[in-house]
Design a protein around this ligand. Structure first.
Ligand code: T3D
Length: 264
């Protein structure tokens, strides 16, 4: 199906999702947010897809909320309740990404700001082009971090750095982002998609169910005591060991051959 502000390409078992509102640096308009919910929801259910790359068209990854949507009501003196938009939009999109049962790679091709940064943070891997930049942006328009960044940013870079980024909202370049652990890798802009695609291909060859459960386990464990985490590990190991891929992994080891995982 065609989308207005999203391009979805499927190449083998990898889906490439491109945010496509390029004249506004892929600002997350309500249309794009709804389309992402729909497209990513379908990819989540599609057993043939085993990894997803998320990127932006043009020179931006995503500049966050589409501020042009605010202009008219604010000029008229209206004050729409932002929580209503958040609950219908980002508060559905971010969990959809963060709980995706297959790996997500953000290929950050330009600026990631505000909720655009949140989208990147909700992915498993962040590969940045060497021209990418990052800014929390919210404080510059008198807002607080949303779209999950109050949760995801401190967990990614630590509380002290997260507060600095959120309060000062400086624009951070790709190498600085690498230095604080905001991204996993920085690569030349021209090879960004090849690198992201290569990583996605590698991830798509791994036991997909175990990858999704690993992410879920880490998320759950961050709220648990050690005793509770051990218990969750035991239950989750029952889920992982019920897969064909577990049996294949063990047999391949014993037979001294490479495993062929099928993602089930
Ligand atoms: O309920 C709710 O929805 C609230 C939720 C809030 C979540 C948030 O994400 S709040 C944060 C929103 N985002 C921002 O405040 C960022 C605004 N943009 C910028 O600060 C800068 O554009 C950037 C730092 C991202 C990039 O700067 P630069 O110099 O590389 O590009 P530029 O020239 O500023 O932008 C290029 C064009 O994109 C420009 O349009 P023009 O002049 O060429 O017609 C600019 O207006 C447009 N653009 C950039 N960001 C947005 C945008 N248009 C709409 N919304 C944007 N967020």
């Amino acid at each position: 199906m065609g989308y207005e502000q999203l391009i979805v390409d499927v190449e083998g078992d990898v889906a490439i999702v491109r945010m496509n509102n390029a004249t506004r640096l892929n600002a997350l308009s309500p249309t794009m947010t709804l389309e992402m919910l729909e497209a990513l929801g379908k990819l989540r259910e599609d057993q043939a897809i085993r990894a997803i790359v998320l990127t932006g068209e043009g020179r931006g990854f995503s500049a966050g909320a589409d501020l042009s949507e605010f202009g008219e009501p604010y000029t008229r003196g209206e004050r729409p309740k932002l929580s209503l938009f958040l609950k219908e939009g980002y508060n559905k999109l971010i969990p959809l990404l963060a709980e995706m049962p297959k790996p997500l790679v953000a290929a950050i091709n330009g600026v990631a700001a505000g909720a655009g940064l949140s989208v990147a943070l909700a992915c498993d891997f962040r590969i940045a082009g060497d021209g990418a930049t990052f800014t929390t942006a919210w404080v510059k328009i008198g807002l607080v971090p949303d779209a999950g960044s109050s949760y995801l940013l401190p967990r990614t870079v630590g509380m002290a750095k997260a507060l600095e980024l959120a309060m000062l909202s400086d624009r951070v370049d790709a190498l600085s982002a690498l230095g604080i652990g905001l991204v996993h890798r920085v690569v030349p802009e021209e090879s960004l998609m090849d690198e992201a695609r290569g990583l996605a291909d590698r991830l798509a060859r791994l036991p997909t169910v175990a990858l999704g459960l690993t992410r879920r386990l880490f998320e759950e464990a961050s709220h648990l005591s050690l005793a509770e985490a051990l218990d969750r590990e035991a239950h989750t190991q029952d889920e992982a060991s019920a897969t064909e891929d577990h049996v294949e992994g063990v047999l391949a080891f014993l037979e001294k051959r490479d495993p062929v995982f099928k993602g089930r």
